[in-house]
Design a protein. Structure first.
Lengths: 406, 262
């Protein structure tokens, strides 16, 4: 990419069962709290997994919201409004682009709205549920900047930020609202991942069920929430007096081209995504940082990632403490990377690394990296690498840097 | 709550120029199939696949099967082209509608155990590009784009942004949809269609001379909105240059004739 324009994150709207806003969420994560518990909002008697980090009541959006908008749509609206407010951005500030990461969202809309036998005009243009990018764009019509709705499964949030940065550097927008949010804990989604044997079945001990990198891990626990960010070039942000919360410094993206569901046993392409991000961000081996691992607590995924992190350290000399925050927040699927980036910004602000909860005994396949477990670690931090890997073999890593003090 | 510094002097920002991107049209393919022809097509791809995931390919979503056929036809135009570092961007239209209908009904009747574990892996927005990346051995990013009616042109904005973000060697762009929309509670008799276009990086002054190109750049306010299915016939005919509006009219897509190549 030509030019050397710095990309600033100037606003965040983050919502999770752990709280609203990065202050509340980061405080909880660094204190070792978890929002995982039994599912009570639908009958789980036939489900293998009966636990989740469910959001319950979604904070109201200040915007007029369609009364029949499904929960994911409401959450996206709320996170968007919070992010724009946090950035001090208003429609007259310029051309606002949107890059939104999504999962199987229209399926969730259908499930929550119509139930098993849909009627009406769900598929017709002009139906009550256009794309979420169209819904958002209605709030600031005529801004003439691109909107993109994308999915790379659990890597969607990171891809959204990387494309937003490109959109800014390419000159098509003055600011971009980017990220992902989702209410995943629905009957069908829980059933699918349960039947894939991807979710933990430790139903009698919910707070200790998600165990990234641990010898006793047996799958992830689903979660709700998300985060949207306002991104601007440093030049543009300075011009309107906006302050940076973090610098989006690097990104790397690859595909395994191996299997729709299973991670490849060959880490080449995961390593490549991480290295691209570190190189683009010009991270050096002497700078202190933190790796927020994707590590959802699945046997194959955690082992593969630990091996890739070891390989990156071996190849580049860049190593850093590692933890996964999914035992605190649950796995937000398409929105996971976005919430983890928001937590990462909280870590940069506080110069602290959260612990991987429930990591009692590091599995032999996950050894050889500096795991943060037990309690959070206060330490100087200049950068954070956040990994996200999704179905379809998508890998996307993002590096955030500590912003300049203004 | 706003973090904007209070009392600071607001300076007028410099509006950057929109960076243009241009690609050589390496190959393209169009496929369509009646709903009844999908199952044999799906079997054909699964049976001929020798890599991992052969079993899961038997569950691929209808639009994915037609997309793979469009990609297969496109590759006949450029049989020697390798796609190792290519990106795949695809816009299936509300994929999985019949599968979701069936599984929601099963859930209502028999509970969670009756649900297929393939529903989300095969029927999500990311499923089609993921499957294409596997078939092609493409290790650049693979992304589902849009997915709703009216979002088809988001593929162009995404192609432009991906090209700026990671400069892949090339891009596969794929659109799928149904000729006439239908509700899953009704009959499933409809025609599915797919357009696949492979765009390779323009690396030297001589690359692609004599070939048509596609370029994205600053908006041209005379442009009409872009339509994927019209593009299919224009690519096939290759008679005259054209341009269309994409990305909420923030970008212009241009079909550039060989004699205009410089």
């Amino acid at each position: 990419m030509s030019g050397d324009t710095e990309i600033w994150i100037t606003g965040i709207g983050a919502v999770s069962p752990l709280g609203c806003g990065i202050e509340a969420i980061s405080t909880s994560v660094l204190a070792g709290k978890t929002s995982i518990g039994p599912i009570t909002h639908f009958d789980t008697s036939t489900h293998a997994s009966k636990i989740a980090s469910h959001i319950g009541l979604i904070p109201d959006s200040p915007w007029p919201v369609h009364p029949a908008l499904p929960p994911t749509g409401k959450l996206i609206e709320t996170c968007s409004a919070l992010a724009l407010d946090n950035a001090g951005w208003h429609p007259a500030s310029g051309r606002l682009g949107v890059v939104l990461g999504v999962g199987p969202d229209w399926m969730l809309s259908w499930e929550s709205t119509w139930g098993p036998v849909p009627t009406g005009t769900l598929y017709q243009p002009g139906s009550p549920f256009p794309s979420y990018t169209d819904l958002l764009a209605r709030h600031w019509q005529g801004t003439m900047a691109p909107s993109i709705q994308l999915s790379s499964a659990c890597a969607s949030g990171n891809h959204a930020l990387a494309l937003a940065a490109a959109m800014l550097k390419g000159g098509a927008a003055d600011a971009v609202l980017a990220g992902a949010a989702a209410v995943n804990t629905t009957p069908l989604t829980l059933a699918v991942f349960g039947n894939l044997r991807a979710t933990s079945r430790r139903n009698d001990d919910p707070t200790r069920a998600c165990r990234p990198f641990d010898r006793e891990r047996d799958g992830f626990v689903m979660g709700d929430g998300g985060a949207l960010f306002v991104l601007e070039t440093a030049t543009r942000a300075r011009a309107r007096g906006a302050r940076p919360l973090a610098i989006l410094a690097g990104w790397g993206m690859t595909s395994d081209a191996h299997h729709l569901v299973m991670p490849s046993t060959d880490q080449t392409h995961v390593v490549s995504a991480m290295r691209q991000a570190l190189e683009r961000a010009k991270v050096t081996s002497t700078e202190p940082g933190y790796i927020n691992a994707h590590a959802p607590g699945t046997p194959a995924g955690d082992a593969m990632e630990a091996q890739a992190i070891r390989q990156v350290a071996s190849d580049t000399g860049i190593s850093a403490p590692v933890s996964s925050t999914k035992a605190a927040t649950g796995h937000l699927l398409a929105a996971a990377a976005s919430l983890e980036l928001a937590i990462g910004i909280g870590c940069l602000e506080r110069q602290a690394i959260p612990a991987t909860l429930n990591l009692d005994t590091v599995d032999t396949s996950c050894e050889g990296i500096d795991h943060v477990h037990g309690e959070s670690r206060s330490t100087p931090l200049r950068w954070i690498l956040s990994n996200a890997f999704g179905f379809g073999g998508s890998n996307c890593s993002v590096v955030l840097r500590l912003p300049p003090r203004i | 709550m706003a973090r904007q510094a209070r009392g600071t002097t607001i300076r007028k920002p410099v509006v950057p120029e929109i960076q243009a991107r241009e690609w050589v049209i390496a190959c393209h393919g169009y496929a369509e199939a009646e709903h009844e022809a999908i199952a044999p097509l799906r079997r054909q791809f699964a049976d001929s696949w020798t890599g991992p995931g052969k079993g899961s390919m038997r569950h691929m979503e209808d639009q994915t099967a037609v997309a793979l056929e469009a990609v297969r036809l496109a590759r006949l135009m450029a049989p020697d082209l390798a796609f190792d570092d290519w990106a795949v961007l695809a816009c299936p239209l509300l994929p999985g509608r019949t599968t979701f209908r069936d599984n929601l009904q099963r859930y209502a009747e028999d509970g969670a155990w009756a649900i297929s574990p393939q529903v989300i892996p095969q029927c999500s927005l990311h499923s089609l590009p993921g499957q294409v990346s596997i078939i092609l051995g493409a290790h650049g990013p693979n992304l589902g784009i849009g997915g709703w009616p009216g979002t088809e042109d988001q593929v162009w904005s995404a192609a432009w942004a991906i090209d700026l973000a990671v400069e892949p060697q090339g891009l596969w762009l794929i659109w799928t949809g149904l000729e006439t929309d239908f509700l899953p509670s009704g009959t499933s008799s409809t025609r599915l269609r797919a357009l696949a276009v492979a765009l390779s990086r323009h690396t030297t002054d001589h690359d692609g001379d004599g070939k048509w190109r596609l370029a994205i750049g600053a908006p041209n306010h005379d442009d009409l909105p872009w339509c994927p299915w019209k593009t299919g016939s224009l690519l096939k005919d290759q008679r005259s240059p054209w341009s269309a509006s994409v990305g909420s009219s923030s970008l212009s897509l241009r079909f550039v004739a060989p004699e205009q190549n410089k």
